[in-house]
Design a protein around this ligand. Structure first.
Ligand SMILES: Cc1cc2nc3c(=O)[nH]c(=O)nc-3n(C[C@H](O)[C@H](O)[C@H](O)COP(=O)(O)OP(=O)(O)OC[C@H]3O[C@@H](n4cnc5c(N)ncnc54)[C@H](O)[C@@H]3O)c2cc1C
Length: 590
């Protein structure tokens, strides 16, 4: 199993040089005191040690051993418990959490780099912490002061973990039809009854307590999504002084046996009149839960980038080493039996696709992180509102495009290894299995695409898209020499297709659903083109300082613009074919 080394130089390039994050932090009062360039670098270096030295070594054994269930008790693979204790001592769960309750208050622009390392080192391990951080965010945003001060500090410390309990056997995408019930009690608490499935980290042996955020309906709730409320349900009851008491009526009925992320416990959770506390307002639970779900959506997107980075690192090392056939231009390693496979055009195509998509994704994650930081910390109302609109628009793109292209990259990484990519030893097949789930959970990528086109573009007449497009257009005009013209052409394609879809949607009920996945991909390529144009502009200015690094960025930008961005042409053609070809068959003809 190859080592994972966090791509620190690339991460610093994105954070400091492309986005000049320290300048932004210095002008946002809430961040100015918390973080500067040196602090950020020190955190990234420490994160690289923790993820590469502590977590990555458990990834293969964790996959082979898997999480185990016996009589309601879940045991994580050997080494996880000790590693989780060391990990939480470093304060990583609360990296971007609220400092009032023990979080470190670090900006999201920095946290996304850490999350990428975490997923690259081990998706299963990462999930235990990601669910906790997301649960903290929802509690912080919507719970009462009493709940916040009782639950957040031990959660940020990592002594207690969080889980997200939405899915039921009959209700996955459509949460409006959940059956879990919450009965109000005289003391203001609720009795929660129902069964949830597929709950990540619903039970584990890493923490003293697990704080479940559960969607349920009150007896008189309206039908559908407007009747859902959110409850905090602890596994172990908590006294007024924060001490742990009796077990709550929550139990883990079983865990799933699955394709990948085998060390992450995916649990059936039974709530049998368990004591719960309302978070936010009655019947407004889905909106409150979206605070957690949006956090998790970006996080799960980053799982795609992390797995792709891990796969890329191994694939490059292998391609430099593996000797097969001679280069089409004549022998390169004349003293050897054959040339290293990195000479072959098709191997280069695969490696460059991985590199261009992973680095484009890393930059885009940082960009979305920047918008999240502005939405949270900017003083200026307009700046804050613009950032909020961009976060809403770009979150589904990040979740689905990072993970669709993350799988594509991991499959390329496996392919570079030939037959050795299919066997366990090299870790490539595990990455393919582990990254696959990221297209499915947190709302399938099909649902992300519907959210993007239906709710974030069509429903507001394209207003948020115009905001993003104005920024991209201004950059393209100012940087004609570094791919500005190609960026503009791609942006205009996205705008033209969007305009056409806005018209189609007025009269054709299937227009949005028929186009949405291709539309999200078209959007993703344009967003990455913006990122690559920004990276190329910096690299061109600095090429003389470090030819290997900045020249490499420029060569990868050239590959992206000439070999990958043209995919937008075929996406446009598919979209414009409309919904009719999807309905040429009756259901029984399939
Ligand atoms: C390993 C794992 C971990 C998970 N962790 C959690 C967790 O921690 N908490 C939690 O609550 N859930 C969790 N889930 C559940 C996950 O979020 C759901 O599986 C997912 O949202 C899809 O729901 P479903 O499986 O019911 O599929 P369905 O909703 O039945 O969808 C089936 C297919 O139909 C499509 N579809 C459905 N509706 C539409 C529509 N309106 N338009 C177009 N297409 C549609 C979907 O895109 C999908 O392709 C986890 C699942 C797994 C496998």
């Amino acid at each position: 199993m190859p080592e994972f080394n966090a791509p620190l130089r690339d991460m610093r390039f994105v954070l400091h040089e492309v986005f000049q994050a320290p300048n932004l932090w210095a002008r946002l009062p809430a961040l100015a005191e918390t973080v500067d360039a040196d602090t950020a670098d020190a955190i990234l270096e420490e994160a690289a040690k923790v993820t590469g030295g502590l977590i990555a070594p458990l990834n293969r054994s964790g996959d082979e051993e898997g999480a185990q269930w016996h009589d309601g008790v879940v045991t994580t693979p050997q080494g996880f418990k000790e590693a989780y204790a060391t990990y939480t001592e470093g304060g990583w769960v609360g990296l971007s959490g609220n400092p009032e309750y023990g979080g470190m208050g670090m900006p999201k622009m920095l946290a996304v780099a850490f999350e990428e390392m975490l997923y690259a080192a081990g998706s299963s391990f990462a999930l235990y912490s990601a669910l906790s951080s997301g649960a903290c965010l929802a509690i912080d945003a919507h719970a009462s002061e009493e709940l916040k001060s009782t639950y957040l500090p031990p959660m940020y410390e990592g002594r207690w973990a969080g889980s997200m309990c939405l899915t039921e056997a009959h209700a996955g995408t459509d949460l409006g039809i959940i059956r879990t019930r919450a009965e109000p009690q005289a003391d203001g608490s609720y009795k929660v009854t129902g069964s949830k499935i597929f709950i990540t980290g619903g039970e584990q042996d890493l923490t003293e307590n697990i704080i479940h955020l559960v969607l349920a309906k009150l007896p008189d709730a309206p039908a559908g999504p407007k009747g859902i409320s959110l409850f905090l349900v602890p596994k172990v009851m908590v006294g007024a002084d924060g001490s742990l008491g009796e077990r709550n009526a929550v139990s883990c009925g079983s865990i799933e046996h699955k394709m990948g992320i085998k060390a992450s416990a995916t649990c059936v959770m039974n709530f049998d009149g368990a004591t719960g506390y309302l978070i936010g307002e009655v019947n407004r639970g889905l909106a409150a839960m979206f605070t957690m779900m949006n956090y998790e959506r970006l996080s799960i997107g980053i799982q795609g980038i992390g797995c792709a980075e891990a796969s890329y690192q191994s694939a490059v090392a292998y391609a430099r080493d593996r000797l097969q056939s001679r280069a089409p231009t004549g022998p390169v390693a004349k003293d050897k039996l054959a040339d290293p496979i990195i000479v072959h055009p098709d191997v280069r195509r695969m490696l460059l696709t991985m590199k261009a998509m992973t680095e484009g994704g890393r930059a885009f994650a940082c960009y979305v992180g920047q918008q999240l930081d502005l939405a949270k910390y900017a003083d200026d109302t307009d700046e804050r509102q613009n950032a909020e609109a961009l976060v809403a628009l770009l979150t589904p793109v990040a979740k689905a495009f990072f993970t669709d292209t993350g799988l594509e990259s991991c499959v390329h990484g496996q392919q570079v290894f030939g037959g050795h990519g299919y066997i366990r030893e090299w870790g490539q097949e595990q990455l393919v299995r582990d990254v696959r789930i990221a297209q499915i959970y947190e709302g399938t990528n099909g649902i992300q695409a519907l959210d993007l086109l239906g709710r974030k573009v069509v429903a507001n007449g394209g207003a948020a898209l115009r905001l993003f497009a104005a920024e991209v257009r201004a950059f393209a005009h100012d940087h004609e020499a570094t791919y500005g013209a190609l960026l503009l052409e791609a942006l205009e394609r996205l705008e033209a297709v969007s305009g056409w879809l806005l018209e189609q949607a007025k009269t054709e009920p299937n227009a949005v659903g028929a186009a949405s996945v291709e539309y999200l991909h078209l959007f993703g390529y344009v967003a990455y083109a913006y990122m690559w144009a920004r990276m190329a502009a910096v690299a061109q200015n600095k090429q003389a300082e470090d030819e290997a690094f900045y020249g490499g960025k420029l060569a990868t930008a050239e590959f992206f613009f000439t070999r990958l961005l043209p995919r937008t042409l075929s996406l446009e053609a598919s979209i414009r074919a409309g919904s009719q070809p999807l309905y040429g068959l009756a259901a029984e003809q399939f």
